[in-house]
Design a protein around this ligand. Structure first.
Ligand code: SF4
Length: 421
């Protein structure tokens, strides 16, 4: 159970982060597109596939109702945008495909991955999927093209699945389990991803989810806290009930305890049998990345770029040989330092040497007050070389990261106003 003092610190941190993201996370300036890259640099490429057959109440990503015709049209434009990025001079070693539902149209997806592999120096491909598209026949086609498949299961609990509308579409917890069991081992890495702290979820329900996961034995898992930004707050309340943070701290402790033996390597809210090759949150793990597709983000040097969200406008930009990037925001150095502090400590450790190499400053000189407050809150430990999190710090940085993602949702919210889904 969370002590009164740690609750106060958590609430204050949450408030500070929401103010911080309100201040920094908005993108209004019109953009002329991505700048040309420096020579010999390789980036991560993110591809967004914005189609789903159903909309989950907690989901804030850019998505539209799937039709074969809309998806075929979209993929044609997407591949043109990829060619445009190639012409600009970019090269990539990592590819992450997210959505939406990337496997919703296998044929188009395979064509696109093959193109990306042909154009760039790709070493690793990670792709998301819902539980509906993971038949062994489909997964066999991905063998050799995709290294990591991340399956958004969210929960094995039938009562919750029914409330979420996923039971009818994707099957019961048992059926989802059987589908995953039948394809495990085909690809090098499968990650089975869960969400915790749904309204009405009990500790017993969470433990059941974790035990089912361990029985299944995928190579990796991510267990995220439910995030209720303004974009999804009402739909969560309507379908699942009143949201509360009361259990979040306890539940995160239960997750870490339950997974520590079978999944010893922890990276934020991701857990792995092996410490290498977690590519879960590309935004977190990569200082710079390029996003293509409607509603994707790119971050290069100190600037966030936003692609057009509306499908028709996205198509027009590409057909007119215009960049699909419509807006950008350049961040001041201090906000980038805060961001680095948050991201590295979300992953448990910040190297002072790496920080100095990135910003040309000693962290104790520029963020001395922040480090002092975090030490006072018993969230971090520090020595000459690094800053690491305590047990409580692990949770506090999860809270910060959650607020950051909810801040990103505000950008999506603004960009999606008036769109027909
Ligand atoms: S959670 Fe996945 S399937 Fe559900 S709406 Fe979001 S992208 Fe679509």
């Amino acid at each position: 159970m969370q002590s009164r003092q740690s609750k106060i610190i958590t609430n204050a941190t949450s408030y500070f982060m929401s103010q911080y993201t309100k201040h920094y996370l908005h993108v209004e300036k019109p953009s002329l597109g991505l700048p040309p890259p420096p020579e010999n640099k390789k980036y991560l490429l993110y591809i967004h596939i914005p189609f789903c057959t159903m909309f989950c109440p907690y989901c804030s990503f850019n998505k539209f109702t799937y039709t074969k015709e809309a998806a075929t049209h979209y993929y044609t434009h997407l591949r043109e945008e990829i060619l445009h990025v190639k012409e600009l001079g970019y090269d990539f070693n990592y590819l992450v495909i997210g959505g939406g539902t990337p496997l919703i149209d296998e044929e188009e997806l395979l064509k696109t991955i093959e193109l990306v592999r042909k154009l760039f120096s790709i070493e690793h491909v990670s792709c998301e999927s819902d539980p509906n598209h993971i038949r062994p026949k489909t997964i066999l086609q991905l063998d050799g093209l995709v290294d990591r498949l991340s399956i958004g299961v969210q929960t094995f609990d039938d009562v919750l699945l029914k409330k979420l509308g996923r039971y009818e579409k994707f099957g019961s917890g048992e059926e989802v389990y059987a589908k995953i069991a039948s394809m495990l081992g085909i690809l090098p890495i499968t990650s089975v991803d869960l969400i915790f702290n749904f309204p009405t979820q009990t500790e017993e329900g969470l433990i059941n989810d974790l035990e089912t996961l361990k029985k299944l034995r995928p190579e990796q898992t991510s267990v995220y806290p439910l995030m209720t930004s303004s974009l999804v707050k009402n739909s969560v309340k309507k379908t699942l009930g009143e949201f509360s943070l009361e259990n979040e701290f306890t539940f995160f402790g239960v997750i870490k305890e339950s997974l520590k033996e079978n999944y010893p390597s922890r990276h934020g809210w991701s857990f792995s049998k092996e410490s290498e090759l977690i590519i879960d949150e590309y935004i977190i793990d990569n200082e710079e990345y390029v996003g293509v597709g409607s509603g994707s983000f790119s971050f290069l040097q100190d600037t966030l770029y936003l692609n057009e969200f509306a499908l028709d406008k996205y198509a027009t930009f590409i057909e007119e040989k215009h960049s699909a990037v419509t807006k950008e925001r350049t961040f001041p150095a201090n906000s980038q330092m805060y961001y680095r502090l948050m991201v590295d400590l979300f992953n448990g450790k910040l190297s002072k040497k790496k920080f100095a190499a990135m910003f040309g400053e000693n962290i104790n000189d520029v963020l001395g007050k922040e480090l002092m407050l975090l030490k006072f809150a018993k969230a971090i430990k520090e020595n000459h070389e690094s800053v690491t999190t305590t047990e409580f710090g692990d949770y506090l940085f999860l809270v910060m990261m959650k607020e950051f993602y909810m801040g990103m949702d505000r950008i999506r919210n603004d960009a999606r106003k008036g769109l027909i889904l």
